[in-house]
Design a protein around this ligand. Structure first.
Ligand code: SF4
Length: 367
C-alpha cells in the first residue's frame, strides 16, 4: 500500500508520522503550488470552490508519484465538502487511475470515527496501539499550532525581515521527524527557543488583526498567498481563528462539553445568524464581534470564490462591523488572483487601521 492524502496546511505531518510509525509507505504530495492548482482546475467545473480544485490537484500529483491509496474527508455538513471525496474519486477513475479510496467522516463519530478509520487502514494493529498513535498525532498538531500562533506574535516585531519565516519553514519536517513524546517535546522547546532568540524592534506596537474565514483558505498558505507573512512584514500581528487542532477539540468532545471557545463564538454570532449554515460562517461573525470587544484594530475575512457559507457571512459582516465599530475587509480568493493586487489591498487596509488608531489616541489625549 502506498498511501497519500491532501496536503492541507500541516495535517500531513501527523498523517505521515502515523504511517511511518506503522511501516506503511506514505507519499506526501508536493507542497501546494501553481501546478497543483492548475492540475485541479483543469479537471474541475469553473464554479466549484478552491478547496475542491486544490485537493484534486494534490491527488493527481500523489498518483503521479505512485500512490495507490487515497484518503479523503467527508462530512454531513450543509456545504459541498461532504460529497467532494466521492466526486474526486469518480473523476480520477474516469481519468484512468487505479487506486483505493478511503473516506473519513470527521464530524459524525468524532474520536471513535477516527479510530475506526485508522483501524480499517492498519488492520493488524491493536486498538491500544491505535489509541497511542492518535494521541501522539494530536499532540503533534497541538504543538504545530502553538508554534504557528507564536510566529504570528514574533513576525511583526522582528528586526531582520524573514527571520521568523525561515524558522517556520523548517517546523513541519522537524516535528514530523520526532517519533516519540520526549523527542517531540524537546523539538518544540528548541523551536520556541529559536523564535525567542529573534531580535525584535524595540518599542514596536503592531496592529492587531483577526484573520477569519473559510478553514481551508485560512490554513493553506499557498491558497491565501502567504497573507499572514505579508501582514507580518507590514508589522501586523495576526490572530487566525482556524487551526487544525480545533478539529481535535471537536473529536475529543472538548467543544461538546462546553469547555472550548466555540460556545462563546456562537453566542456572539447569534444576533446576526441563528442557525448553522455550515463551513465557518458562525465563527466569522462571532469572532468579529469578540475581537472588537478585545480591542483589535481590524478584521480580514477571507473566502474562496463561490463558498456558500462565507457568502452568507460576508453579507452580514457590514452590520457586525457597524455595531461593534471595527473595520472589516473581505477578500475573495480564486485561481485568477495575483499576489501584487492582494498586497496592495492589505497595505491600504493597514493604512486605514493606522490612521484610525492615531485618531483614537489623539482623541483620548484631548479629552
Ligand atoms: S466551506 Fe466553502 S470553500 Fe469550504 S468546502 Fe464548503 S463551499 Fe467549499
Amino acid at each position: 500500500m502506498k498511501v497519500s492524502f491532501p496536503h492541507m496546511g500541516q495535517v500531513w505531518v501527523a498523517l505521515k508520522t502515523l504511517f511511518d510509525k506503522n511501516g506503511v509507505e506514505c507519499i506526501v504530495p508536493p507542497k501546494c503550488s501553481k501546478r497543483t492548482l492548475s492540475l485541479g482546475t483543469q479537471y474541475s467545473p469553473g464554479w466549484v470552490c478552491m478547496p475542491y480544485k486544490t485537493i484534486l490537484g494534490n491527488y493527481l500529483e500523489a498518483l503521479e508519484l505512485g500512490a495507490d491509496t487515497l484518503i479523503g474527508v467527508a462530512g454531513p455538513g450543509l456545504c459541498r465538502l461532504g460529497y467532494y471525496a466521492k466526486v474526486h474519486e469518480q473523476i480520477l477513475r474516469e481519468l484512468g487511475y487505479d487506486f483505493k479510496m478511503y473516506t473519513f467522516d470527521w464530524q459524525e463519530k468524532q474520536i471513535v470515527g477516527l479510530a475506526t478509520f485508522i483501524k480499517t487502514l492498519l488492520q493488524e494493529n491493536s486498538w491500544r496501539k491505535i489509541a497511542g498513535d492518535i494521541k501522539f498525532g494530536l499532540t503533534q498538531l497541538f504543538y504545530l499550532d502553538d508554534i504557528e500562533r507564536y510566529t504570528h506574535v514574533i513576525r511583526p516585531r522582528e528586526k531582520e525581515q524573514g527571520a521568523t519565516s525561515k524558522i517556520w519553514s523548517t517546523v513541519g519536517d522537524r516535528i514530523c521527524a520526532a517519533h516519540d513524546p520526549k523527542t517531540l517535546k524537546n523539538t518544540k522547546k528548541q523551536i520556541m527557543d529559536e523564535l525567542n532568540a529573534i531580535e525584535q524592534i524595540p518599542g514596536i506596537r503592531p496592529l492587531r488583526v483577526g484573520l477569519l474565514g473559510e478553514f481551508f483558505v485560512a490554513t493553506e498558505p499557498f491558497i491565501n498567498m502567504d497573507m499572514e507573512e505579508e501582514m507580518g512584514k507590514m508589522h501586523v500581528e495576526v490572530t487566525r481563528s482556524a487551526y487544525v487542532s480545533d478539529w481535535a477539540k471537536v473529536w475529543l468532545f472538548i467543544e461538546a462539553l462546553g469547555l472550548g471557545h466555540g460556545e462563546k463564538v456562537k453566542k456572539a454570532a447569534r444576533p446576526y445568524l441563528t442557525r448553522d449554515v455550515s463551513g465557518d460562517a458562525i465563527q466569522s461573525l462571532g469572532e468579529t464581534a469578540l475581537h472588537a470587544q478585545e480591542g483589535f484594530d481590524g478584521i480580514v475575512h477571507i473566502q474562496p470564490f463561490t463558498c456558500m457559507p462565507e457568502i452568507i457571512a460576508q453579507n452580514l459582516l457590514p452590520q457586525v462591523s457597524r455595531d461593534h465599530d471595527i473595520p472589516v475587509m473581505s477578500i475573495i480568493l480564486d485561481e485568477q488572483m495575483g499576489k501584487a493586487g492582494l498586497v496592495t489591498r492589505l497595505e491600504a487596509f493597514v493604512d486605514l487601521m493606522n490612521r484610525r488608531r492615531m485618531t483614537k489616541e489623539r482623541g483620548k489625549k484631548v479629552s
